[in-house]
Design a binder for this molecule. Structure first.
Ligand code: AP5
Length: 218
């Protein structure tokens, strides 16, 4: 199964990908996670990316395409993958298509998480992430059993730098200006399926599994 999860920030792409990639033994590739790792390790890419990420702007197509291409060429990706947060521009979508055609691994489906702005704001301001294992929580929607502590590994929960209200607003604007055109782009290729990102976590999970099944994906 080769999928792209497309949608605004906070739509729940990372949360669903975390579970579904395990269910279907897929490689979960999040450009946001790869970039945050690069920033943490102070790599040349991380140094260049940081100021863009802090403002909620997109990092250059060149950096993200290089990171994703390296991962897609690994053998694990040939067993199936879920791309989360990539592509985000038409140029990235075209680069992706060229790389996948070269590897003879075309996309099966692009899932578009249609999500209201009200939901996005509530989700992002309340998001907390485990420093150790990366598990995603929400202070009210998906709270940890003990405040500030990860249920899975006991790691400390933190709030992302770009989950401040001003930066969130810019991320939504950037999504509307630079990413939302991909909805049409993939619709024209007849591989787009729309789901509601506003659904609660379990309901959305069921809808996604159902969508895969109806599309003949296993
Ligand atoms: P990235 O990390 O990709 O951020 P994003 O797209 O803004 O997406 P998010 O991670 O914010 O949201 P999500 O949809 O995964 O939601 P989540 O599941 O966490 O990118 C960060 C930055 O990196 C970008 O701004 C840019 O600078 C750079 N970047 C990344 N990719 C790039 C690219 N391709 N090109 C250029 N630059 C790039 O859920 C959110 C919250 O809601 C959580 O608290 C969760 O617990 C909760 N929640 C989730 N689902 C539900 C539900 N159904 N019901 C209730 N609560 C829920």
């Amino acid at each position: 199964m080769r999928l792209v999860l497309l949608g605004p920030p906070g739509a729940g792409k990372g949360t669903q990908a975390g579970v579904l990639s395990k269910d279907y033994s897929l490689m979960h590739l999040s450009t946001g996670d790869l970039l945050r790792e690069a920033v943490k390790n102070n790599t040349p890419e991380g140094k260049e990316a940081k100021s863009f990420m802090d403002k909620g702007e997109l990092v250059s197509d060149e950096i993200v395409a290089r990171m994703i291409t390296a991962k897609l060429k690994k053998t694990d990706a040939s067993l199936g993958f879920m791309l989360d947060g990539f592509p985000r521009t038409k140029n990235q979508a075209e680069l992706l298509e060229a790389v996948l055609n070269n590897l003879n691994m075309p996309l099966d489906l692009v899932i578009y998480f249609q999500t209201s702005e009200e939901t996005i704001l509530k989700r992002l301001t309340g998001r907390r992430i485990c420093r150790k294992c990366g598990k995603i929580f929400h202070v009210t929607n998906i709270p940890p059993k003990t405040e500030g502590i990860c249920d899975s590994c006991g790691g400390e929960l933190y709030q992302r730098e770009d989950d401040k209200e001003e930066t969130i607003k810019n991320r939504i604007e950037v999504y509307n200006k630079q990413t939302s055109e991909l909805i049409d782009y993939y619709q024209q290729k007849e591989i787009l399926k729309e789901v509601s990102g506003d659904l609660d976590v379990n309901e959305l999970y069921r809808v996604l599994r159902d969508t895969f099944e109806k599309s003949g994906l296993k």
